[in-house]
Design a protein around this ligand. Structure first.
Ligand SMILES: [Zn+2]
Length: 428
């Protein structure tokens, strides 16, 4: 791969006669401090007397041939000004840098623990001439600490490689992935793909998986996981498949028969109701008479109206508190839970551990707890945080049919082979 590193203007190279670096024959990734070999050419009108010095560029494209380079990490509560003051950069220069950074990089984004690199001229002892702040494994910012105090935001090129990984669980999925040199966030991505099929807290020894996914890298350094294209999981003796297919730009996963892996939630837990109060991070509470977040959606309905589970799941709580009144909470999978508050009565048989199906009656509308009138306050948790279900963008759950199904099957077949690594066909 041919890597062109950005060559920031007016940095360090100024006193040196520019070797105009037109192209770099760098087959190597710009990692570490090694000097890169450069294919440089001189401008046609280069003055004869000039001593041409080949620039040695580091991974940020800065000339380090005549520099002293040191590294550090941003300290807790250290601001950009603090950092530069500590490096003896005069205040007017800091001011100019802050101004120039304005539209380029938000200096409040400086984070404790992030690395930076400081460049000084070899022959000078103190004043630095440039600073590179490593904002992320991809992005960095180059600050020119001398006139004209330019600030430049640059990115390293990211490559995406599709990779297949297979594994057998010995202790945990996380450790299995780390052992296969895979970013363990793939475990999170897999748990989201199979959220409705597999409880990832119950993954056990002997379960196995094959995954075809995108891996992102900067040079040779892996920086994360992209899309999962296809996945196979053998869990508790059962086979689960997921194939990524985007019929209308909708990111969605389907199983080997073209059924969506997602299951829809019912829009509301009560029929024939109206929303009397929407989810809002702040509202005036009619009973407490003060501003308080309302992390639920209220559906007003006559007392005794049946309340239904909006999705399949397991009862986590069926209880009473002063605020909630009689309430039921259901855990649907590793990602989603729902709660139903202020019931006049909890349905018979509701207790922790009991499985419920979507549409099952779990209780009846009332006004127990902190409630002014008969309603159900419907709460929705995603990964342990309350969210507004009416604003959640759930992928389509329609089964594929017709032409889409035919297209899907050919996608499925090609990924089925990549997934299993040989000519593989499902038994008819
Ligand atoms: Zn409410």
């Amino acid at each position: 791969m041919r890597t062109l590193l950005p060559l920031p203007n007016a940095t360090l190279t100024r006193p040196v006669i520019f070797a105009v670096v037109l192209a770099m024959s760098a087959g190597c990734a710009a990692e570490g401090d090694q000097n890169l070999s450069l294919d440089s050419r001189l401008p046609d009108d280069a003055p004869e007397a000039s001593v041409i010095q080949l620039a040695s560029l580091d991974e940020y494209g800065l000339d380090v041939s005549d520099s002293r380079v040191t590294e550090g990490a941003v300290k807790w509560n250290q601001t950009f000004s603090d950092l530069l003051s500590a490096l003896d950069v005069p205040y007017p220069n800091i001011h100019a840098l802050v101004q120039n950074a304005d539209s380029i990089f938000d200096l409040r984004d400086l984070r404790a623990g992030k690395r930076y690199r400081v460049y000084r001229k070899q022959d000078s002892t103190s004043t630095p001439v440039a600073l590179v702040y490593e904002h992320s494994s991809v992005d960095y910012v180059v600050f020119d600490l001398v006139e004209p105090f330019s600030v430049e935001h640059a990115s390293r090129p990211v490559t995406v490689r599709t990779r297949r990984v297979t594994g057998q669980i010995e202790s945990s999925l996380y450790e299995t992935l780390v052992g296969s040199d895979v970013d363990p966030t793939l475990a999170v991505a897999l748990s989201e793909v199979f959220a409705w099929q597999i409880d990832f807290f119950r993954i056990q020894k002997g379960d196995s998986f094959n995954v075809v996914f995108d891996e992102r890298a900067v040079g040779e350094r892996k920086i994360g996981v992209g899309d999962i294209h296809a996945a196979y999981f053998k869990h508790a003796g059962r086979d689960y498949y997921a194939f990524h297919y985007a019929p209308e730009g909708d990111l969605a996963y389907f199983d080997e028969d073209g059924r969506s892996l997602r299951k829809a939630f019912l829009r509301a837990p009560v029929r024939y109701s109206r929303i009397s109060s929407r989810y809002s991070p702040r509202r005036f509470h009619p009973v407490l008479k003060r501003n308080r977040a309302h992390l639920g959606t209220d559906y007003a309905a006559p007392r005794g109206t049946p309340i239904r589970a909006t999705g399949d799941g397991v009862v986590e709580a069926a209880s009473y508190t002063r605020g909630n009144g009689r309430y039921v909470k259901i855990r649907h999978n590793g990602t989603y839970s729902t709660g139903y508050l202020h019931m006049s009565r909890i349905a018979n048989g509701m207790r922790p551990g009991v499985s419920v199906r979507q549409g099952d009656i779990i209780g009846y509308v009332g006004s127990t707890g902190l409630a002014t009138g008969n309603h159900v306050c419907y709460r929705f948790w995603k990964n342990g945080r309350q969210v507004d279900p009416l604003k959640e963008d759930f992928p389509s759950v329609e089964p594929l049919g017709g032409e889409a199904l035919a297209n899907y099957m050919s996608v499925r077949d090609s990924f089925m082979q990549r997934l299993h690594g040989y000519d593989y066909a499902l038994a008819p």
